[in-house]
Design a protein around this ligand. Structure first.
Ligand SMILES: Cc1cc2nc3c(=O)[nH]c(=O)nc-3n(C[C@H](O)[C@H](O)[C@H](O)COP(=O)(O)O)c2cc1C
Length: 193
């Protein structure tokens, strides 16, 4: 059974591309994930992000870009083949792109990044609730000029890629996290001198 609501929030974990198999989410499931992302808090409703789907023949194009970036980084042919495989293996890859308006009169950049982070988390949690696994990945590749230009329109920043698919193994559980008490702290007003 798929987890729902609070269960999904409490049990999401990342599943790396190695353990992702077909099928990936359908168009209808992707639409639900995007709707969940759009429910994240977003000051002035700027929607400062896009989720760009890499599927079908586009995967080959991404693999070629990854291989070229690996060569440019001095990795050699074995490294290039490994990076190409990273593009081809997941059933679906979703490029996460930021659209930060640095000159916005009300909403500073950090609030727009916060909106993107919330959307990303909701997108991934919705995927988990639908029975899929995934992992957000970036690495030095996001700063490769050819890759960045291929994924971004002017004014956009490539954040990374979410690998998505069906988990091939029973998850061992979420990664280690701090206790709730570590992030819940009482605030006290400063003492008057
Ligand atoms: C924007 C972003 C980029 C990330 N890039 C990487 C990465 O390149 N490599 C990696 O191992 N983890 C990366 N992570 C972290 C993983 O996606 C994941 O959150 C982490 O391994 C913790 O696992 P969990 O999600 O199960 O708690 C990134 C996370 C974010 C939000």
């Amino acid at each position: 059974m798929h987890p729902s609501s609070l269960d999904a929030l409490l049990t999401r974990y990342s599943v790396g591309p190695k353990y992702l198999v077909e099928p990936g989410p359908s168009d209808a499931q992707l639409a639900l994930m995007a709707e969940a992302a759009l429910r994240a808090p977003d000051h002035a409703e700027l929607v400062p992000y896009r989720f760009k789907l890499v599927r079908g023949a586009a995967k080959e194009g991404m693999a070629a870009l990854f291989a070229d970036a690996a060569r440019a980084a001095g990795k050699g042919e074995e490294g290039a083949a490994l990076d190409a495989e990273r593009a081809l293996k997941p059933p679906l890859t979703v490029a996460v792109v930021a659209r930060i308006d640095l000159g916005h009169p009300q909403v500073p950049a950090h609030e727009q990044w916060a909106a993107l982070g919330g959307a990303l988390a909701s997108f991934m949690t919705a995927a988990h609730a639908l029975g899929f696994g995934g992992k957000m990945l970036s690495g030095a590749k996001v700063r490769n000029p050819q890759i960045s230009a291929a994924f971004c329109e002017p004014g956009e920043t490539l954040v990374g890629w979410i690998a998505l698919g069906t988990p091939a193994r029973t998850p061992t559980g979420p990664s280690r996290k701090p206790a709730a008490a570590d992030v819940l702290v009482d605030w006290h007003p400063p003492c008057k001198a």
